[in-house]
Design a protein around this ligand. Structure first.
Ligand code: NAG
Ligand code: NAG
Ligand code: NAG
Ligand code: NAG
Ligand code: NAG
Ligand code: NAG
Ligand code: NAG
Ligand code: NAG
Ligand code: NAG
Ligand code: NAG
Length: 803
């Protein structure tokens, strides 16, 4: 349905006839200039001159007519590389069968460039956003169409593919920056031989691929087949291969954009907020975009901003950098003045995840390697790995600093730009610290040994390591024949008991342990050695035939869920923050500090116990191993764990500590909200709590209004914001995007900062499949990328914690 409005024809001062407002066609002898536009028949799209936000240049572009966005959302640009400055003296018109743009001095600066000469060519803007050039007398196939020359946007109905006959393809290319629609460094196209869609940097370095088409979806984006809202169809034959898509519901306005951040995004327009919702994007990790930070820039997934310059370097353009345009990279603060060395340059050591592609390789000693680089004016960096010396002569790209044990690379920097301490000192200090540490360790070991021996002598019951081996009968008496039940979990029921020394314990009766007694004892004594203030202490065990029991210290205040969801005692904010921090510390201990990394696999409020001071203690760690690694069985019996399981676990891949990080993140939301995440999302989909949080963070709206109402807004807004950001990071779909627990601990401790998180996939899936409620909005006009605008425009970056 479409109603044509009556058109108002303008009289023009120039001799040539100009285009009327509202017409959808430019025909021969007509021209478009100044603020004139043509509009598609049903008023979907409009074509005319536009000016990007902060630019003085004008371009011919196509934008949505109906959408109430300001500035308009541009979907196509004609003269990307050849802007004009005076739109009233420039003309878009048909000359010799081509649509051309003439600048102020009537020079041709852009053309459709077709060679077939049409008798009476016309250019028409269609309702799908396609600008076509065809013969006016008979409307057969167009000789040229903007759909074949896309810029950064792929619209529904447009083909994206490769023609094997003409060797022509449709390539999406990012804008150079949000103020410059010129051809940027990132491009997406179909690879003609592998038939995968790939994103490349500067036309060569590929950093993302869809994998190949399997009939339903691309191998590496299986969720494509899960979407009920879009019809994707992939066609391939000997002449061409291409993909098209269209929303099933024609009222949905949707588009794909290759953003300046190097990511392909799917966006949907929200009528209610008049903004674009980000539905999906790839790559998930911003630092996976090749060379995002340009030369000598380093990408950090968890920083204030993604990019920063290496020590001794500064942004090439501070203004671009401030607007999250990092492509210019970094330059030396001080030139090296090579050859005329007043002061010899020095080297800065950094550890990086991947060594960038290098220039030359040779086998030398490390000293020779260094000297050679020092004396070679072109050499910018060296590394010495496995007796191989590598040099980098050009710009260093795609650096991603890694504080762990990554690859060491030495960057040549002017001495005066290096931090003022010399290297030999550092080495000496390191040696001293090491020696002292060693002595302390040895002393500690001895003390432990002495202590252990004492305990074994003193203890009345049999001791096994630090654990008591209880007799079954004693536990029966202690628990009054297992009468006072405290609860039940995935591994068995728990009973309250009182030992002979009057101390109160919790006795867990393990169910279906398949292990033999010896194996069980070994496993349990391992768990017994794991002691930390934030882990429930195992006091002893009992292994008699089929009966396998564990004896723990009793926790006065029970489990966290009773306080959060069952109204036991409302925990104030300070306590909640301490619980978040304590739980993080406990997990850090399990993940990093034990001899063997222990993945808990079932972090949820039920497994966080509170002692008399409300200090949190993680329960049930290490038990997954006892039941024979059959996690799935544990999962199905563990009530209520479903909302805490990381997505990769469901897909059957090996579980890593990041699965605990995910569950921990889910729990943080509940700590803030005082309700289960699953509550509310059932009846009203728009109320899924993690979505509300992510939205509030992005919009910068009142975050305190989301906190458990029982607290009456009595909470520290900085801490709430921090916890919410951390929670959003923790539930990222990609394991690599989630922080480690030790980073979480540092953030909550106030040692590290936390940046604005990208939208967790689970939340976008809710937005996608569960109605049109708005979770994430993104105005393409004001942000070059959602994630970037998050990190740079976040505003509420936290510097210190007031815990
Ligand atoms: C365009 O202008 C030329 C000369 O001014 C004229 O010969 C021609 O008929 C015009 N064409 C149309 C379609 O008006
Ligand atoms: C278009 O430009 C003319 C000439 O400068 C101006 O008078 C008119 O108001 C403008 N129209 C709109 C809609 O901006
Ligand atoms: C707009 O551009 C100018 C000059 O390039 C710059 O000084 C200014 O900060 C920019 N403003 C915004 C909002 O980007
Ligand atoms: C118009 O384009 C020509 C060719 O690119 C250029 O030489 C000329 O300076 C441009 N005119 C103006 C006013 O920018
Ligand atoms: C048109 O073709 C010429 C020569 O083949 C080329 O230099 C120019 O870049 C082309 N212009 C466009 C807009 O494709
Ligand atoms: C992109 O590649 C071209 C050569 O293909 C090179 O000249 C140019 O410097 C590269 N751009 C960047 C930013 O490295
Ligand atoms: C491929 O192109 C040829 C010639 O242009 C045509 O005859 C043939 O039907 C096309 N094949 C398909 C599958 O469309
Ligand atoms: C670029 O860096 C990312 C992140 O560290 C890494 O995954 C990727 O393999 C690197 N690419 C190349 C070509 O080194
Ligand atoms: C960029 O941002 C920094 C810190 O926010 C500020 O000091 C600097 O003046 C900004 N530079 C430009 C050119 O906007
Ligand atoms: C340097 O590049 C060569 C091949 O070009 C490769 O074999 C070598 O491993 C690279 N060295 C480093 C340290 O990356």
């Amino acid at each position: 349905m479409c109603f044509k409005e009556s058109k108002l024809f303008l009289l023009c001062f120039s001799l040539s006839i100009t285009v009327s407002y509202g017409a959808n066609t430019i025909s021969a002898n007509q021209s478009l200039s100044g603020n004139q536009t043509i509009i598609s028949e049903c008023e979907q799209f409009e074509l005319g001159f536009f000016k990007p936000c902060n630019s003085s240049n004008y371009y011919i572009g196509i934008w949505y007519k109906k959408l109430n966005s300001n500035p308009p959302t541009i979907v196509w640009v004609a003269n990307r590389e050849t802007p004009i400055s005076d739109r009233f003296r420039s003309q878009l018109k048909i000359i010799d069968g081509n649509l051309v743009l003439l600048n102020e001095s009537k020079s041709l600066i852009w053309s459709t460039n077709v060679t077939t000469t049409l008798k009476s060519a016309i250019a028409v803007i269609l309702d799908d956003g396609n600008l076509v050039l065809r013969d006016g007398s008979n409307s057969v196939e167009p000789v040229w169409q903007s759909f074949d020359h896309p810029t950064h946007t792929w619209l529904p109905a447009a083909k994206l593919g490769y023609n094997y006959k003409t060797k022509k393809s449709q390539v999406l290319t990012s804008w150079r920056s949000k103020h410059d629609p010129g051809v940027g460094l990132f491009s997406l196209e179909l690879h003609p031989s592998t038939r995968e869609y790939v994103i490349k940097w500067n036309g060569s370095q590929q950093y993302w691929t869809t994998g190949s088409w399997n009939g339903k979806s691309f191998d590496l984006i299986p969720q494509m087949s899960l979407t009920h809202k879009y019809d994707f169809s992939y066609h391939t034959n000997e002449n061409e291969s291409y993909l098209t898509y269209s929303p099933y519901d024609p009222s949905i306005i949707s588009r794909f954009v290759l953003d300046v951040s190097g990511r392909i995004q799917r966006q949907s327009w929200s009528e209610t907020t008049n903004e674009w919702n980000l539905i999906w994007f790839e790559p998930k990790s911003q630092c996976d975009v090749y060379a995002l930070c340009g030369a000598f820039g380093s990408c950090k997934q968890f920083g204030l901003t993604f990019c920063h310059c290496l020590t001794g370097f500064k942004p090439r353009s501070e203004n671009d950098w401030n607007q999250s345009d990092f492509s210019g990279g970094c330059v030396r603060k001080t030139d090296l003045q090579c050859g005329r060395n007043i002061e010899k340059p020095n080297f800065l050591m950094i550890t990086v995840k991947n060594l960038p592609p290098n220039n030359s390789v040779a086998v030398w000693s490390v000293g020779e390697c260094r000297t050679t680089c020092l004396n070679d004016c072109l050499c910018n960096a060296y590394s010495f790995v496995d007796n191989k010396c590598s040099f980098w002569n050009g710009d260093l790209l795609n650096l991603s600093e890694d504080n762990g044990n990554g690859n060491k690379i030495y960057i040549k920097v002017a001495s005066k730009d290096l931090p003022r301490h010399n290297k030999s000192n550092l080495v000496n200090i390191g040696a001293v610290v090491g020696a002292v540490g060693g002595v302390i360790c040895v002393l500690g070991l001895c003390l432990i040994l002495i202590y252990r021996r004492k305990r074994i002598k003193v203890g009345k019951t049999t001791m096994e390591g630090l654990l008591v081996a209880f007799a079954y009968k004693d536990l029966q008496i202690a628990t009054k024949n297992f009468s006072d039940k405290l609860g039940g979990g995935g591994f068995g029921q728990v009973f309250k008991g009182r030992l002979g020394d009057l101390s109160i314990v919790a006795v867990k009766k393990l169910e279906s342990i398949r292990q033999g007694e010896k194996e069980f004892r070994n496993e349990v004594s391992t768990i017994g050695t794991i002691q930390h203030v934030n882990l429930v202490r195992l006091r002893g065990f009992c292994a008699r035939g089929k009966n396998k029991l564990l004896v723990y210290n009793y926790m006065e205040h029970g489990s966290l869920d009773t306080h959060l969801f069952h109204g036991k005692q409302v925990l104030n904010w300070v306590t909640r923050y301490q619980i978040a921090l304590g739980t993080a510390r406990g997990l850090v201990y399990l993940h990093d500090k034990c001899r063997e990394c222990i993945i808990h696999c079932d972090i949820k409020p039920e497994n966080i116990l509170l002692d008399v001071d409300f200090c949190p203690k993680i329960a049930d760690f290490g038990l997954a191993k006892l039941v024979g690694r059959d996690f799935s069985r544990v999962l199905t019996t563990a009530r209520g764990s479903i909302g805490y399981i990381a997505p990769e676990w469901l897909s059957g891949v090996a579980v890593t500590p990041k699965a605990d990080v995910y569950s921990y993140g889910m729990m943080l939301f509940e700590l803030v909200h005082g309700k289960r995440n699953s509550e509310g999302s059932q009846d009203s989909r728009s109320k899924y709590f993690p979505s509300l949080v992510a939205n509030a963070l992005k919009e910068g709206t009142d975050i305190l209004s989301l906190v458990d109402t029982r607290l009456n807004r009595e909470a520290c807004v900085e801490q709430v914001t921090k916890i919410c950001k951390v929670a959003c990071w923790c539930i990222q779909d990609e394991e690599a995007s989630r922080p480690t627990m030790s980073l979480v601990e540092r953030i909550l401790d106030g040692v590290s900062d936390v940046s604005m998180p990208p939208i967790p996939q689970i939340v976008t899936l809710f937005g996608e499949n569960m109605g049109d409620s708005v979770f994430f909005t993104h105005s393409p006009s004001n942000g070059r990328s959602l994630v970037h605008s998050y990190s740079s425009g976040g505003g509420s970056q936290l510097k210190t914690a007031s815990s």
